[in-house]
Every structure is written in structure tokens, then in C-alpha cells.
Design a protein around this ligand. Structure first.
Ligand SMILES: [Zn+2]
Length: 299
């Protein structure tokens, strides 16, 4: 395991079903909080100190709408709009489909809704802008031969190259690093899967350079290759001096962590205690549910 750079102490935690839990969480490592569902993993995460040094990525859903895309949410689009404005000597809000740049027919949504007698709206691509969301004047301006609509149609990894000299490059590169570079810049957040949303948030939080990252069930809905990718991102954060604390049940993630704090033995009233602390190798010999599952996956 990596050598810890310090410890975070959880002292006499009694939230929800936790039974007076006192435990040291090593820093500068990948720490997995494990246990069956209901054993108290999320409660234990909630007992970690919360301050500006701790970035918590819990399962709170993103309040997204058709108008919020990966670019708008992470601020990259502000930088991109400013660049278009400077290159064309016009106001930046002309390049926002939620502002002066909006197509008048669809109010910048790119689609129109027609009510039917049965109550369901029929959605159609806007006949005026053909889904581009912008009015004509906005589309008459270009930046290095691309219109703002062309840019929003770019995959994030393509945009990272196009804007490599721009302040937007930072977040675009991070979004690519966490494995969602294939998402289009203008794609609504509501189209993203749970895993894509959590990795997008991780990319944004990475920009804050918080020393401690806390993730709650980040492997939910991820394919095996994506789990691998996620652990890789965690490891590079740790190499950069950060700590990553993850409540999760994925065997690959547990096996690659430096330290495991296993809660149990079971759920609810039968949970809430630390039943194991140590390395994943030692966990395979422990008589806990997680230990048995890890041992089975190695057999
Ligand atoms: Zn339109």
C-alpha cells in the first residue's frame, strides 16, 4: 500500500445506525469504505469533516434541464463565448442560445412542442434553425472557420484540441481524462447516464484541487472498463498529493485500494460497526461478507 501522509479521525460517530464508531482514515491513499447495503457506508462518509479541503461527490442528482449542457455547467462555454465575441467584436451573449443568440421560433431549444388532443406533446426539430438553436446573426460569426453551433456539435475531446490555447482547455481536458470525451459539448445534461454525470462532476471537482475527494458509490452503472478508468483517475489524483475516500462495493475497486474499512456485519440494526480495517490482501482472509466476496472473486 501507499504510505499514508496523515489520518482523518472519525470520533465516536453515531449517525443513523453507526454504533459509536471511532476509526482512522489514512490520507494520501485510496480508501474503500465497504459493507453490505445498509451497513452504514453513506452514514460514515457523512461523518467525515466537511470543509473547503474536502470535495464530496455524493449521489445527489444534478438539477439539469434541456438548457444545461456539459459545457454550460462547467463554465467552459463562458470562455468559448468570450472568445467568439472578441474575434467578432460583438457581445458574448449573442453566442448563447439561452440569451440574445436564441432562435426566435424555438426560444433556443432547437425543438418545438405541439400539443395533441390526447395531451402528449409532439416534439419536432425546429423548422427555423433546424435544431441549431441559434438565430441567423449568431451563426454568421465564426471563430477559426467554425460557428458557435459547429462548436457545440463537437465532441469534448475534439473541442479540447480546438480550444487548446483557451482557458476552456483545462476543463475540456479533464472531462476527456475521466473518460467522457465522446460527449458533445452541447448535449443536454439530462441525456447523460448516472455514471457519466458522476465522472463529469469528478472532472469539475478536480479543477478545485481539493486535497480530499469523497465519492459515494461512483461505480454505480459503470461498465468494467469504466471502473478501471475511474480507479485510474483516483490514482492520478493521489499521485498529485490528494486523498480519495470511496464508499463502494465493486470488487475491482476494493482490490485496487490501499486500505479498506469494512462495515457490518449486516444491514440496519445488525450493521454500523467496523468489522475490518486493513489492506485488501488481509481482507480476503477476513470473516466478513466483503472478505468472502473478495476471496471468491480471487478463487
Ligand atoms: Zn429554432
Amino acid at each position: 500500500m501507499r504510505t499514508p501522509t496523515g489520518t482523518l479521525c472519525i470520533d465516536h460517530a453515531a449517525r443513523n445506525n453507526l454504533r459509536d464508531v471511532t476509526v482512522d482514515v489514512p490520507l494520501g491513499c485510496l480508501v474503500a469504505i465497504t459493507g453490505v447495503a445498509g451497513a452504514g457506508k453513506t452514514s460514515l462518509l457523512a461523518c467525515l469533516p466537511r470543509n473547503e479541503k474536502v470535495a464530496v461527490l455524493d449521489q445527489t442528482p444534478i438539477r439539469g434541464s434541456r438548457r444545461s449542457s456539459p459545457a454550460t455547467y462547467s463554465g467552459a462555454l463562458d470562455d468559448i463565448r468570450a472568445e467568439f465575441a472578441a474575434a467578432n467584436n460583438v457581445k458574448a451573449n449573442l453566442f448563447s442560445p439561452n440569451s440574445a443568440g436564441a432562435c426566435a421560433n424555438c426560444a433556443g431549444l432547437g425543438v418545438t412542442f405541439t400539443p395533441t388532443p390526447l395531451g402528449d406533446d409532439v416534439t419536432a426539430t425546429c423548422a427555423s434553425c433546424q435544431g441549431a438553436r441559434f438565430q441567423q446573426e449568431a451563426l454568421s460569426h465564426t471563430l477559426r472557420k467554425k460557428t458557435i453551433a459547429d462548436v457545440l456539435d463537437m465532441a469534448i475531446e475534439t473541442a479540447a484540441g480546438f480550444f487548446s490555447d483557451s482557458p476552456a482547455a483545462d476543463i475540456l481536458n479533464r472531462l476527456t481524462d475521466v473518460g467522457i470525451g465522446y460527449i458533445h459539448l452541447g448535449q443536454p445534461l439530462t441525456d447523460l447516464s448516472g455514471g457519466e454525470r458522476q465522472r463529469r462532476r469528478l472532472a469539475i471537482e478536480m479543477g478545485r484541487q481539493a486535497p480530499v475527494y469523497v465519492l459515494d458509490e461512483p461505480t454505480n452503472g459503470l461498465h468494467l472498463a469504466d471502473v478501471d478508468n475511474l480507479v485510474g483517475v483516483c490514482e492520478s489524483l493521489i499521485e498529485g498529493g490528494a486523498s480519495v475516500i470511496v464508499a463502494d462495493h465493486h470488487r475491482d475497486l476494493i482490490a485496487r485500494s490501499d486500505w479498506v474499512i469494512d462495515l457490518g456485519h449486516d444491514a440496519g440494526h445488525d450493521g454500523g460497526s467496523v468489522v475490518f480495517e486493513g489492506t485488501p490482501a488481509d481482507l480476503t482472509r477476513a470473516k466478513t461478507h466483503t472478505g468472502r466476496a473478495l476471496r471468491a472473486s480471487h478463487a
